[in-house]
Design a protein around this ligand. Structure first.
Ligand code: ADP
Ligand code: MG
Length: 234
């Protein structure tokens, strides 16, 4: 097994006494694309926020390359939240510059490449971008980081199929697939299936399945969607 980048060790997370995650443990290796799937409220966003060091576990530990995940490890992770965090009055180019100032590992050359790939206009103001192009810009910002761990909370949600396709293509072409691990939550399972290495299935704050995608296809002879249904039915 290759080196681990992210480790959840018996993690429980409660909000005001209510259990959001119930004693979960898993490890993600380096250089893999991993999907987090499960119904709304199952704990996907909570896992990603814990991994980003933005919230702390009630019990257990979350570590990135053996360091406790807290706000100080922000440079080790690129975190793309569900909410729209772009500044509307910035142009696309200014948004890149702003992020380059924020993160030492922001790779402007790569950002330029992805910009061309996604056909985003540098001089356009964020507030004038379509929803799809705002989605593309957010992905661009995450993929331009040389961080070993890239976390994306539902990067495809609410976007049309063409935009989702360009985002998925950009992930495979612009990631450093040897070094970077991508951990993303999604409902668009069949669309991301071709690029996935692992999948973690959640239900009510617990892991109900964790499997290599190749195994699901070869050993179980199932599509990812059918495998998910099977884990849910147990
Ligand atoms: P998902 O992303 O899979 O929809 P979440 O991680 O957002 O799930 O939520 C898991 C559970 O934790 C849900 O029951 C949700 O209501 C609860 N929860 C999430 N964030 C908060 C919060 N800030 N305060 C209180 N409860 C929360
Ligand atoms: Mg969520």
């Amino acid at each position: 097994m290759s080196e681990h980048i992210l480790k959840f060790n018996n993690v429980t997370k409660k909000y005001l006494g209510q259990v959001a995650l119930n004693n979960i443990s898993f490890e993600l290796p380096r250089g893999k694309i991993v999907a987090l799937v499960g119904p709304n409220g199952s704990g996907k966003s909570t896992i990603l926020k814990l991994a980003a060091g933005l919230t702390r576990p009630t019990q257990g530990s979350v570590t990135i390359r053996n360091k406790v995940a807290n706000r100080r490890i922000a440079r080790e992770v690129a975190y793309l939240s569900e909410s729209d965090f772009l500044y509307p009055f910035f142009t696309v180019a200014e948004t890149l510059k702003f992020n380059a100032g924020l993160f030492a590992d922001f790779d402007m050359r790569k950002a330029g490449e992805i910009l061309g790939f996604m056909q985003l206009e540098p001089d356009k103001k964020v507030k004038h971008l379509s929803k799809g192009n705002r989605g593309r810009l957010k992905i661009l910002l995450a993929l331009s980081r040389r961080a070993p761990l890239i976390l994306m909370d539902e990067p495809l949600s609410g976007l049309d199929p063409l935009v989702r396709d360009s985002i998925i293509k950009s992930m495979i072409s612009h990631l450093d697939i040897q070094e970077q691990t991508v951990f993303l939550s999604t409902h668009e399972v069949s669309e991301v299936e071709p690029i996935l290495d692992f999948v973690i299935s959640l239900s009510e704050g617990q892991i109900i399945g964790i499997e290599e995608v190749e195994n699901i296809r070869e050993r179980h002879g199932l599509s990812l969607v059918d495998w998910m249904k099977e884990t849910m039915a147990k």
